[in-house]
Design a protein around this ligand. Sequence first.
Ligand code: B12
Ligand code: SF4
Length: 521
Amino acid sequence: MARVTLLRPPLLVPTWSDSGPLTPPIGPAYLAASLRAAGHIPTIVDGLGENPFQVTSLFNNLVTAIGLRSEEIVERIEGLPDFIGVSCMFSQDWPEIRRLIQLVRKRFPSVPIVAGGEHITATPDFTLRSTPEVDCCVIGEGEETIVELANAYEHKTPFDSIPGLVIRDGSSTRSTGPRTRIRKLDDIPLPAWDLVPLNNYLDNGLGYGVNRGRSMPMLATRGCPYECTFCSNPEMWTTRWYARDPGLVLDEIRSYQEQYGATNFDFYDLTAIVKRSWIIEFTNMILDRKMNFTWQLPSGTRSEAIDAEVSRLLYASGCRNMSYAPESGSPEVLKRIKKVVKLDRLEQSVLSAVREGLNVKLNIIMGFPSETRQELGQTVKFLFRMGRAGVHDMSISLFSPYPGSALYHDLRASGRIPELSDEYFLGLCAYKDFSQSVSYTPDLSPKVLNLYRISGFLVFYGTQYLVRPWRIYRLVQNLVQQRQESRLDKSLSDLAYRIRNRRRTQTPSGEIGNADSPAVR
Ligand code: B12
Ligand code: SF4
């Protein structure tokens, strides 16, 4: 039996972003469960959950870290593990995660370090070349691979025949070949939440969705059948979408209600609603079993399967918040990014959800390569229509070329983005930070792009509050009473949380946390 320690870094948020949900580490919890089911001994150091009230300023205050400092994470590793796994989901976090890995190597000179997650899947060669401390990279879904790695470390057998890895080969790197996606999701052991300081999240109303009580993360499906060019899904999860048995999802929910007193469930699925028959069966089953909880779909879901009947069922079964991801109000842009969405049908779906009482948010991206002012104007008009029709919230992110996405490869090939570097990764923070902007379209300056972003924001909320002024009253009331119903309530509350804890963590000299993090190299 192998001893494996999994590290989840602190939450890193662009300092001036309005959002940064504090979420339990579902990926590491799944990995630990599979390791345990195979007879190994996993532990998790959850860099966020161990101290969600500590705020540290990093990289000249460009980034705010919430949770343990990297040094503290390393201190909490117990004993001498057979290997240490580090989860790296977001490319913008890489400069700090690399520092964490280097600190691990310093304390454990001979323990192998395995890295995995979205960012690693997209950049394995770069990771191995630039970070000699990493011994191997796990590509894509990790449950089966990490168990096989643990077996190999336990029996001291070579791991170069385990599919799903990128490893060193002399001075170069090589892939051990792709691993097939896990088809029977119902066979994957449920997350080992007992290894995570879960109550720090539950007792403090932290989570992905709007705070509607004690919230547990859920995953009902994996993957997505689409191939949008700005998204890393096809490289990470392939284009296969698999769903769990709805009855087993509800059994899991029931167990969390009993074990943790959970009252709300946030679905972390990439795109949960793809198949109409699945969602109808799921919602009907909640009603048949007379289960009582709220649930949310905070990741931007697709609209094709959501009509008036599905919206009614969603609401009746306790779904209260849902995000759609139209991305743009321009049909030409949608075609270019291969979103495969018809705007008129999407609008009908959104409106049916609003009519049925769901709190709806739209995810918009501005600044796709070659996007024109006219196309950005179409998005602003779309936001006007949606605000007028009663959609509750929206967020506008600036386009970020995430490694692993088709647009990233195109922009790299044409030389429009530089080699991967810390500047590049930290530049990705501009996606949500109103104080920064990056444009990938030569004719569109970052300033003008930011103006469109601000206009979209003002037009949407201005229209909404003009047509429904009582919503302003509701927003203020919720803020005062620290209650959340909409994503805006949550974003403002997340921001207040950071400011409050920033003050609390401030040293007498005015520094926040350990301001000694390295400057951008
Ligand atoms: C839920 C979610 C979030 C949640 C929480 C994510 C989390 N789990 O920590 C929140 C709201 C915080 C979030 C925020 C953001 N997100 Co997000 N998010 C997702 C989403 C939809 C699902 C992630 C998830 O929980 N999956 C389920 C679990 C089980 O899978 P997993 O965590 O990936 O873990 C598996 C593998 O990765 C692997 N693995 C993971 N860690 C390790 C470690 C080891 C050692 C090993 C061996 C394997 C391994 O094994 C696990 C089990 O199979 C993904 C989309 C996707 N493709 O999944 C985007 C995604 C991860 N997010 C993304 C982005 C860009 C963001 C944001 C930057 C902004 C945005 N536009 O939304 C912010 C950044 C947060 C911040 N710091 O400010 C991108 C990341 C791309 C990149 N290279 O950076 C993704 C891939 C979406 C996309 N396709 O563009 N996100
Ligand atoms: S953006 Fe959404 S719909 Fe498009 S490929 Fe990614 S997960 Fe699928």
